[in-house]
Design a protein around this ligand. Sequence first.
Ligand code: UD1
Length: 420
Amino acid sequence: MDSISIVGEKALHGRVGVAGAKNACLALMPAALLSEHPLTLTNVPRLSDIGTMTRLMRSLGAEVSSIQEGKVLAISAYRISHSRADYDIVRRMRASILVLGPLLARTGKAIVSLPGGCAIGARPVDLHLSALEALGAKLDLAEGYVTAVANGGLNGARIEFPFPSVGATETAIMAASLARGTTAIVNAAREPEIVDLANCLNKMGAKISGAGRNVIEVEGTDSLNGATHQVIADRIELGTYMIASAITGGEIELVGGRREFIGAFAEKLEQAGVEIADTADGIRVARNSMIGAVDIETAPYPGFPTDLQAQMMSMLTIADGKSVLEEKIFENRFMHVPELARLGASIELSGGTATVTGVQKLKGAPVMATDLRASASLILAALAAEGTSVVRRVYHLDRGYEQMVEKLSACGASIERFSE
Ligand code: UD1
């Protein structure tokens, strides 16, 4: 198992290229199942989650060709030979559930293993299922699998979500694209990845309007074409490197980074005293003063992203004062807290609220990564800590960060990956 060792307290300076968005790509790949014509995705991040989705797509009969070392994926679902997504793959990644909608819409049947719980809370899929039911699917849950059938095809309907779930909105958009008639998705998620999916589907001939707003309308079509689509930049990777610059008191230019998609996060960074400037190629992030304490509440987009809560917490562990972080999207998304405490952070947990009292210095220690974003928060904290830290179980990191060690060392970090 690989670990990462970091000698901290080095201000980072340099340029980092922002990769394509993992979460956009994990919805765009299943969208290829909606058409018998190929979908080519460019700006694909090279991550283990993309590898998992590739395996899942292949297991259904899709051909996935990796071009330019994986930066481009050509996916052809001309023939779908299996309608069953097995537990063995689905258990590795919750986003596997995103094949359910397109598989059902295209072939009239889908059997998908339920993803089950994971490290950051229960995360059920009931909203995905109720959306498909509203479109006329018959569902059966047995032995850990959901079987969805729509013999005469799906029919457009009004789907109203009690909560703007990202994944369920994606399921609904994809399934409704091949349904008969019009679908209205009310209280839809508004994340940039939803807009990216809708843009790609529209290139394939779908008729989707309102993506990025509360209500999305989808006029179903009989079939979809192929397309070529460039995946948007990863706003979570962007935010993580913005904190790498801020936490070390350095200056990093994020090439391809746009402030537009990280508004709420950027505002909080600025409140904490971090300087953010637009450049010709992206944005530049620098910190020249003490980090100020700020309060955070995670929320659906355009609010503060839950996927940056752990990283932000790392930065606030060395802020001047007390910060209160409220996690409103996932229960149990504070697995990084005891590990940050090992590095000397002072954090009090009470339900979904973490109160962080800034300390003058973090101190290097061995720590263990528990999930993707928690791993990133430990790397960030270690970059600021005095002495050496070793972060174990970094396979979590490989799910969502392309070449993190290389990117950080190019900015002057003393960081090394090794096998134990
Ligand atoms: C996506 C992102 C993930 C991010 C999250 C919230 C991908 C691949 N992953 O996850 O990185 O943290 O959005 O921004 O895009 N819920 C239900 N029932 C459902 C679906 C969700 O109760 O059927 C709940 C979840 O348990 C959670 C909340 O809704 O508490 C948010 O989940 P959702 O927006 O669906 O997140 P994901 O699509 O899983």
